[in-house]
Design a binder for this molecule. Structure first.
Ligand SMILES: [Cu+2]
Length: 110
């Protein structure tokens, strides 16, 4: 009984520590106070389907793998390429790759 309680407490403590750690990492990512959010271009999808960021956030799109992707969305139009990255000031809207049907990420700025 006691043992189980201790285990539960330990797990809760670890979860709290992990949450605090990621919050700190999030606050420190990017050079600007508003921070940045990395979105990867994977084989035929973005690393996330939708994301909400605070105003002033920089989106950092990173091309991974060896497939070409273009990037089109509010304030950005990058021709098809392989590799590299692109920083964009986040705007509410949908960012897409036209090469791969359904490859899109919905960004919401609040
Ligand atoms: Cu693509």
């Amino acid at each position: 009984m006691n043992r189980k309680l201790l285990t539960t407490a330990a797990i809760a403590a670890m979860a709290l520590t992990a949450a605090a750690g990621s919050a700190v990492a999030g606050a420190n990512s990017g050079a600007h106070a508003a921070g940045s959010k990395t979105i990867k271009l994977l084989n035929a999808s973005f690393s996330t389907k939708k994301v909400t960021v605070s105003k002033g956030t920089t989106l950092r799109f990173v091309w991974t793998g060896n497939r070409p992707h273009n990037l089109r969305g509010p304030g950005v139009n990058v021709p098809s390429r392989v590799g590299g990255s692109k920083r964009v000031k986040a705007r509410t809207g949908t960012y897409v790759c036209d090469i791969h049907p359904g490859m899109k990420v919905a960004v919401k700025v609040r």
